[in-house]
Design a protein around this ligand. Structure first.
Ligand code: DC
Length: 421
């Protein structure tokens, strides 16, 4: 699993890409690459060398002899063309138009894309442009497509120009943006378009901080998801090879969604084993003491474990469980609470009744017999039951007795599954 990501931010001019990308890069200590500046540098080079953009031979020669250097800093990119700092010059109107014109040419794009891939190959990079998520890094870890209405974008550019003391009308800026949008999105090669798996961010009514926070939040969640799936995949491999896992009624796993998963509890590995075989993410409960260990605290949070204080009613944990179920996730609960329990707790019945959620009983066998499984005498078995539909208990009143009865019935169903081994 790669630790440092490639983050692609595409979108039309003045949609907020570069401002957001720069701040994100600073926050994440990543490199920021403004690929638009590279096409701008090509445009400037062709102008300085007086090259006709239809003359492919001359263009090829120009590209072979041209050196674009990007110096990364926390505040942005400094662009050098053959050793000369062109950072300000390339922002002028003539180069803006020329950059869009030169960007439609195949050989120009090939050269730029090659350079961009080289820069981003080890990750730790935030790249903005038009084709980063579609062409340059189609497998980028995160892809965003920033948009904003043209009036907002024109106003942003106009303010920037005014601050720099440039005299240009709002109308002219808007016209230029409309022209460039069309030119960039209708070209044959690598047109400006949203990658299928990119997240669209409409920045029209967002502040810069909101844009940054939105993206950071997506990355944070995605990072957690990647860690979760990495742990599950690795664990599943060991369960198959070392524990000789057998899943009975595996086809029923597919329909596990937004429900309470209820299992017997014989080993500390049970939650991990059950979580690893269920497609998608689920949530778990664990005693709060485990979170005192710093390493465990980090790990458990990454795998969706909710801490529960024992010995009293933990209202905080109950609220989180409610939220998780209401948001459409599934949660695993052991009706007996702990491994050494002698009775069934009412908790599972309370959640299921109050929130009217289906329950999925699961029986786990031999998870305490590592060596016997390892030496082929036993195997880890997990049996999946049909779900207990919420409709089947929806008529019950919200009483403690009903919670307890429902919990006991669920436990009975779990134990009955052993007959199917
Ligand atoms: O992002 P920008 O406005 O600086 O980009 C200038 C031009 O460069 C833009 O109109 C289209 C082109 N471009 C491109 O074709 N592909 C990219 N990845 C980035 C920019």
């Amino acid at each position: 699993m790669r630790k440092r990501f490639v983050i692609a931010i595409d979108g039309p001019g003045a949609s907020g890409k570069s401002t957001t990308a720069k701040l994100l890069a600073k926050k994440m200590k990543y490199i920021y690459i403004d690929t638009g500046a590279m096409y701008r540098a090509c445009g400037l080079c062709s102008l300085e060398k007086n090259i006709d953009l239809k003359d492919m031979k001359a263009l090829e020669k120009m590209l072979d002899n041209m050196e674009i250097q990007i110096k990364y800093s926390q505040t942005g990119n400094q662009i050098f063309l053959n050793g000369k700092d062109i950072s300000s010059r390339i922002r002028e109107a003539d180069i803006t138009k020329l950059s869009s014109e030169i960007a439609v040419i195949d050989i120009v794009r090939k050269k730029m894309v090659e350079q961009q891939r080289q820069i981003g190959k080890d990750g730790g990079v935030i790249m903005d442009g038009r084709d980063i998520g579609t062409v340059v890094f189609p497998n980028a870890d995160f892809k965003f497509f920033m948009i904003a209405d043209v009036e907002t974008r024109a106003l942003r550019r106009w303010k920037e120009a005014k601050d720099k003391g440039e005299k240009i009308s709002l109308n002219d800026i808007e016209k230029e943006l409309v022209w460039r949008d069309r030119n960039d999105s209708t070209r044959d090669i690598a047109p400006l378009k949203q990658a299928e798996d990119a997240i669209a961010v409409d920045t029209s009514d967002m502040t810069i901080q909101e844009q940054v926070d939105f993206i950071l939040n997506v990355i944070k969640k995605g990072k957690r998801r990647k860690i979760y799936s990495f742990i599950c995949t690795t664990l599943y491999f060991f369960m198959r090879v070392v524990w000789r896992l057998e899943i009975i009624h595996k086809e029923r796993l597919e329909s596990i969604e937004n429900c309470i998963i209820a299992a017997n509890h014989i080993s500390a590995f049970d939650p991990l084993f059950i979580g690893a075989i269920i497609p998608g993410e689920i949530y778990y409960l664990a005693k709060a003491e485990l979170f005192k260990n710093k390493l465990l605290d980090k790990l458990l949070k990454h795998v969706n474990v909710i801490p529960v204080k024992r010995g009293r009613i933990d209202k905080g944990a109950i609220r989180v469980v409610n939220e998780v179920l209401q948001k459409g996730h599934s949660i695993m609960i052991f009706p007996e609470g702990t491994r050494k329990a002698t009775s069934v707790k009412a908790g599972i019945g309370k959640f299921a009744l109050q929130l009217q959620k289906d329950i999925r009983p699961i029986f786990i066998k031999n998870s305490v017999d590592f060596w016997k499984c390892f030496f082929g005498k036993k195997r880890l078995q997990i049996i999946i039951a049909e779900k207990i539909k919420a409709e089947s208990f929806s008529h019950l009143e919200d009483t403690k007795e009903n919670y307890r009865n429902l919990a006991s019935n669920v436990m009975k169903k779990i134990l009955e599954l052993e007959n199917e081994c």
